[in-house]
Design a binder for this molecule. Structure first.
Ligand code: FMN
Length: 334
């Protein structure tokens, strides 16, 4: 995987990335996305560099993944460059075949910012540059950064990213909101287009992108794009042409996701966590309310599978139809 960067990334273009998602972006979610759109590149949830250094248990829980998730990017956060370097060595030397490391300079959460992690590095820029420099000295894995267009509107994005580029960051992702904004207002890409005119590394754009076609309408001079929330609402968002899956595709995607979550996190935890995902897959059908309660209270993979099979049976003549294209209300009464 060491030469991944040269062999894969540089040759391709219009790549899409599944954004890091704390509490959601686990191995099962990533596999579910890759099964639908194999061209998506996945980033892990964020892990503390300090945690990876001090807990072998953490490393052995979060670095293992399935081959279909490759190339997998691991995102880490912290504040001091030394621990970043140590964590990078642990990731590189592990047997888990990690493709590269992404540094979180994005997180706006108060407790993260107050302890000088995440987006506070947009203010402590010298530390940010030192982190990238130390990481590059510690590992041969490519180092990328995910950040925001500014902390509070007072930082110069071009100057910040040039500093990261000089420290040999290989790729930058910019979310089009400031840390102060968190999720308020709309993502604004104006500064990001301007940034791309001034740096040489690939620039990934993030924030409010609905799907591949939406991205194409916004791409301008930018390289690639990254999506999180839209992937939760519509796991088919990475496919070109506003792809509408059939009911059959939706049900098998649900089944796959539920099975992988239970395999990777065991029956109890996996079943609790799949509750927030299952309804999402079929929410565009008016009859979803008939099954919602059972899907959000599922206790086991068997429970989830029973509901999925019931839907398959009820709509067996409509499995190849797509939401919006068929009259289903009459079956609601069943
Ligand atoms: C629940 C949740 C968890 C997130 N976890 C992370 C994370 O671990 N690391 C990170 O860099 N961004 C994280 N993000 C931010 C997303 O990666 C992304 O930048 C943001 O949601 C904007 O993209 P979107 O409009 O496509 O959702 C998280 C966002 C949410 C809502």
């Amino acid at each position: 995987m060491k030469d991944f960067w040269e062999k894969q990334i540089i040759k391709q273009w219009k790549l899409c990335f599944l954004a890091p998602m704390d509490g959601y972006g686990d191995s099962a979610y990533r596999q579910a996305m890759k099964r639908i759109a194999p061209h998506v590149i996945c980033i892990s949830e964020f892990y503390s560099a300090d945690g990876l250094v001090h807990s072998k248990f953490l490393a052995d829980s979060v670095l293992p993944h399935q081959k279909m998730e490759d190339p997998l990017i691991i995102q880490i956060f912290w504040k001091d460059p030394e621990n970043f370097a140590k964590a990078a060595k642990i990731i590189e030397q592990s047997k888990y075949n990690i493709a590269w490391i992404d540094v979180n300079m994005w997180c706006p959460a108060k407790k993260v910012v107050r302890s000088w992690h995440g987006s506070s590095l947009l203010i402590n820029q010298d530390i940010a540059f030192e982190i990238i420099d130390k990481l590059n000295k510690a590992t041969k894995l490519p180092i990328s950064v995910k950040t925001r267009r500014s902390f509070d509107g007072n930082q110069n994005l071009v100057q910040f990213v040039k500093g990261l580029e000089n420290a040999w960051a290989k790729l930058i992702t910019i979310h089009g909101r400031t840390a102060k904004q968190a999720y308020t207002g709309d993502a604004d890409f104006t500064d990001i287009y301007e940034l791309k005119r001034n740096v040489n590394i690939p620039v990934i754009c993030n924030g409010d992108i609905k799907n591949y076609d939406d991205w194409m309408s916004k791409i301008q001079n930018l390289d690639w794009f990254m999506i999180w929330r839209a992937s939760f609402w519509n796991p088919w968002c990475f496919l070109p042409g506003e792809y509408h899956p059939t009911l059959w595709e939706m049900l098998s995607a649900m089944e796959f996701h539920a099975e992988e979550l239970v395999k990777t996190k065991w029956e109890r935890k996996g079943s609790l966590e799949i509750r927030k995902h299952l309804v999402q897959y079929i929410k565009s059908f008016p009859w979803v309310k008939v099954y919602r309660k059972r899907l959000v209270t599922t206790e086991s993979f068997e429970n989830s599978q029973q509901v999925i099979n019931e839907i398959r049976e009820t709509f067996k003549n409509d499995l190849d139809k797509k939401p919006g294209l068929w009259e289903i209300d009459k079956k609601e009464e069943n």
